[in-house]
Design a protein around this ligand. Structure first.
Ligand SMILES: Cc1cc2nc3c(=O)[nH]c(=O)nc-3n(C[C@H](O)[C@H](O)[C@H](O)COP(=O)(O)OP(=O)(O)OC[C@H]3O[C@@H](n4cnc5c(N)ncnc54)[C@H](O)[C@@H]3O)c2cc1C
Length: 553
């Protein structure tokens, strides 16, 4: 943390220099002495200090300054720094003003100019005030601070992005946190309209894109080389596993991730069925470990960078990225997984991020402490979210479309839900409508008879109703099934054992697509088992086929 500041303000340069010199000689080792020649410039200094999170211990301010008097400055500064001690430098004629200020702005002390000798007339007073300040001082939070409105969809997206990249941050709600208002005012922004991200060095980013955040916090967002042996698109379990195996087996490996490493698994509150973790582990933990392993073994990982297109140029596959660059490779692994299916009811899009969330239970759960929420879906992801949310929310209603909760959910989750008193399951229930102005307030539930809709008042709804493959960036390059999932290996054969359009004499490898050297693993693959362990298994297996492909070139 920066040393706390003593801020001296005086328009008379000679006096200011003298104050500065005296302050520095006595307090310079424990405090940063900052001088300003007017009230207005002192307020600018304060705004910068606020953004940096640097505490201010004491103001020593001349009363008679043109433009803004000392009392006027201290009044303005008290709004943002209520705990800093306030001392006014006065001439004899200002004594009355100073005495009035003791009551009006809680002035701690006034000093008559000149203050010589400082050992008698300046230091004892300031030492007393500073020790009082130190006794009550709590060091400020030093990491990233995010200021925004609780129902801002963009603020939600930034929170999610920070959490998924394991970047610790403190959330400050502009409606209820006084520090939030101070930070927004210091940066001169309306944090209700757009979230404000304040970095530890005081840099304020208004409504930053993921790429901008990544860039500013030092995450790698651009590929270092024009060519790689293996280029993996997608940083979920499948992609991360391939990065670990590819790099460890000597392949020059690049992994490109659109958002943050971890994929769907990274958003999971508790994974109970992953081998080797008998007590379970969180998705964030798994992602953090896998990323560290991939980095340690020498894979290059680029985040906040989507693949936007791909072409084949002879033996090379050329992938276009969101930053406009192109990277080529000999082997390409498609590991782009799936994304959540959205609710198809009016206004659901408008309220997305403002009470309606897709797979963001872990990020948002703490903000719904003591409130009533719902989870939509009957699969394992919905079950996990319900159990996790029940730790924070007053009550969780789970809406399952089918007649039984056990049909799509593992037995251990069904048991956990049954044993959690603040979870209610409603079967054969679907969301017929959503209601709310600025944020979600209620939903209409159709149960059985679609003409009968029951209203349920809610603060938030978490939706897990299935997924669609992320293949839009592939254009028509590889063969896909009717659901859009990428077909590989034996699935490509039609009319006997010949693969249509396949140019080689050998058959496609198990995880190879209809284009030689283009592989696919994980949830995005047609007929894959949609589980973390299988995605990891496929990602690692794919590297074996990559080796065989490379050796045939
Ligand atoms: C809430 C929830 C809980 C779950 N719990 C469990 C569990 O307990 N046990 C279990 O076994 N399974 C669980 N699953 C399923 C499991 O998470 C998935 O099967 C697994 O994550 C699939 O891994 P993947 O790497 O194939 O794809 P994903 O995890 O979907 O990762 C794909 C990645 O590709 C990125 N991407 C997409 N398009 C692009 C592009 N154009 N450019 C760059 N990157 C791109 C995405 O951002 C994403 O990070 C759960 C899923 C969810 C949603």
């Amino acid at each position: 943390m920066d040393n706390p500041v003593i801020l001296a303000v005086d328009d008379d340069t000679q006096v200011l220099r003298a104050v500065e010199r005296d302050l520095r000689s006595r307090f310079g080792s424990a405090y940063r002495i900052v001088a300003a020649a007017s009230g207005a410039s002192a307020l600018d200094v304060l705004a910068r200090l606020t953004l940096r999170g640097t505490p201010v211990a004491l103001f020593l301010v001349d009363q008679r300054m043109p433009g803004m008097t000392g009392v006027e400055f201290l009044t303005a500064a008290a709004a943002t720094h209520p705990d800093a001690k306030r001392v006014l430098l006065t001439a004899y004629a200002d004594t009355e003003v100073a005495i009035a200020a003791i009551n009006e702005i809680r002035l701690d002390h006034y000093l008559l100019k000149p203050w010589d000798p400082p050992e008698e007339r300046l230091y004892p007073v300031l030492e007393d005030l500073l020790s009082d300040w130190q006794a009550n001082f709590r060091p400020p939070f030093e990491g990233i601070r995010l200021v925004g409105h609780r129902f801002s969809a963009r603020a939600h997206a930034v929170k999610d992005y920070l959490a998924r990249n394991q970047l610790p941050y403190r959330w400050l709600d502009i409606e209820s946190d006084p520090e939030a208002a101070v930070l927004a005012a210091s940066a001169g922004v309306d944090a209700v309209a757009a979230p404000l991200l304040v970095l530890p060095d005081g840099t304020a980013l208004v409504n930053p894109s993921n790429a901008e955040i990544a860039e500013r916090v030092g995450l790698r967002t651009h590929a270092a080389l024009p060519y790689y042996d293996l280029l993996i698109v997608g940083g979920g379990p499948a992609g991360l596993a391939a990065a670990v195996y590819g790099a460890s087996e000597g392949l020059k490996t690049l992994l490109v991730e659109r958002e943050a490493p971890g994929g769907q698994a990274g958003t999971t509150s508790r994974i109970e069925n992953y081998l080797g973790f008998p007590a379970g582990l969180s998705g964030a933990d798994l992602a953090r470990r896998a990323l560290a392993q991939a980095n340690r073994l020498g894979a290059e990982v680029v985040t906040a960078q989507p693949a936007t297109g791909v072409t084949v140029d002879d033996r090379y596959k050329v992938v276009s990225l969101g930053d406009g660059s192109r990277v080529s490779c000999d082997a390409l692994l498609i590991a782009t997984g799936v994304e959540y299916r959205k609710l198809d009811v009016p206004d659901a899009d408008r309220l997305a991020g403002s009470g309606i969330f897709y797979g963001a239970a872990t990020t948002e759960a703490p903000f719904y402490r003591g409130e009533r929420v719902a989870v939509v879906g009957g699969g394992n992801s919905a079950g996990q979210a319900a159990v996790y949310l029940a730790r924070f929310a007053e009550h969780v209603t789970v809406l399952v479309r089918g007649p039984s909760i056990g049909a799509g959910m593992s037995a251990y989750l069904v048991d956990q839900i049954a044993a959690t008193p603040n979870i209610t399951v409603r079967l054969q229930a679907t969301v017929a409508s959503v209601h709310g102005g600025q944020a979600l307030e209620a939903i209409g539930i159709a149960a059985g008879d679609p003409t009968e809709v029951h209203r349920l008042e809610l603060a938030a709804m978490f939706v897990f109703i299935g997924q669609a493959p992320r293949t839009e960036w592939l254009g028509g390059l590889v063969e896909r099934d009717t659901g859009g999932f990428v077909v590989t290996g034996p699935g490509l054969a039609r009319d006997g054992d010949r693969v249509a359009g396949w140019p080689l004499t050998r058959q496609p490898f198990l995880l190879e697509t209809s284009v030689p050297g283009v592989f696919c693993a994980g949830d995005v693959r047609s007929r894959s088992v949609k589980r973390i362990a299988s995605a990891v298994g496929e990602g690692s297996m794919a590297v074996q086929f990559v080796h065989q492909h490379l050796s045939s070139l």
